[in-house]
Design a binder for this molecule. Structure first.
Ligand code: HPA
Length: 288
């Protein structure tokens, strides 16, 4: 008799229960935030704005993916920002690093268990819309998933839906708060469609032309998995991109990680002010 085939277990069933990890976090803080913010490239200085009550390295938290991209700190902070209790995910893991989408999105499931009701997902992206310039910000109105995977594939977590509606992923009320926060700094914030690819190579100019025809305004390698899982968990979702470069073939030169990092660095003060304005508006709309 041949030996039995090994059982294939999906990544989600290998991960600890989100409730267990949430309980571990709850033991170290009395704060019960409703708002979470995931800090991508360009937004990492938001963490300095937080009066931290509890700090966890991702490696201390069972199931949290420890990424390896410079500029992504890998810490969960629970504290107060602009007078509002917040949970900050400082840094994320990416699909291109080799993680499964279930692993990448696990922190969102934990925060949902912790009691957050809304999440702001931030990222760096290449600009496709002709009006977008490096240094601009874009509020996500919708997305296109070309990662080639769906984060909800596999077993359905208890109490969650199998088939999740994505008709309105990005919450109109949260989008308005972002637009209002930008207006006080004299900037009009554009809204548009974010297209996610797996990376890690940047795109070809032909791909970017195709993406434009598909209706994309910006392109990046993150955010969509977290947004989809957040919707499965019933969270209100907002997305904010920092346009760090013209997408391939639309600018004068090559696309490089150095350019992405450099633009992200130069906009970080504005990014932080914008997120601060958003947090204050969120706090007013949903007093603790
Ligand atoms: N393409 C994909 N991801 C990105 C880009 C880009 O041009 N810029 C920042 N992240």
């Amino acid at each position: 008799m041949p030996p039995p085939l090994p059982q294939r277990r999906s990544p989600i069933s290998r991960l600890p229960s989100p409730a267990t990890t949430a309980a571990l976090i709850r033991r170290r803080t009395t704060l019960r935030p409703h708002l979470a913010i995931l800090l991508g490239s360009g937004f990492d200085l938001v963490a300095d704005r937080v009066d931290v009550e509890a700090r966890f390295a991702y490696r201390e938290l069972p199931g949290f993916p420890v990424g390896n991209v410079p500029g992504h700190a890998g810490q969960l902070l629970i504290g107060r920002c602009d007078g509002v209790d917040v949970a900050i995910l400082s840094g994320r893991a990416h699909y291109y690093e080799g993680f499964d989408l279930a692993e990448i999105t696990y922190p969102v499931r934990v925060l949902a268990e912790l009691g957050i009701t809304a999440i702001l997902l931030t990222n760096a992206a290449g600009g496709i819309h002709p009006r977008l310039r490096p240094g601009d910000f874009l509020v996500l109105s919708d997305h296109i998933n070309l990662i080639g995977q769906n984060p909800l594939r596999g077993p359905v977590p208890t109490g969650r839906e199998r088939f999740v509606d994505l008709t309105a992923v990005y919450d109109p009320g949260l989008r308005r708060m972002l637009r209002d926060a930008a207006r006080i700094s004299g900037k009009v914030l554009r809204e548009g469609v974010y297209l996610a690819v797996s990376g890690p190579s940047y795109e070809t100019p032909a791909e970017i032309r195709a993406f434009r025809r598909l209706g994309a305004d910006a392109v990046g390698m993150s955010t969509v998995p977290e947004a989809v899982v957040a919707r499965q968990c019933g969270l209100r979702v907002a997305g904010l991109s920092c346009i760090t470069n013209a997408a391939a073939g639309l600018g004068p030169g090559k696309v490089s990680h150095e350019e992405v990092r450099e633009t992200a660095r130069t906009v970080s003060a504005r990014a932080t002010a914008l997120v601060g304005g958003f947090v204050r508006r969120f706090g007013r709309s949903e007093p603790a």
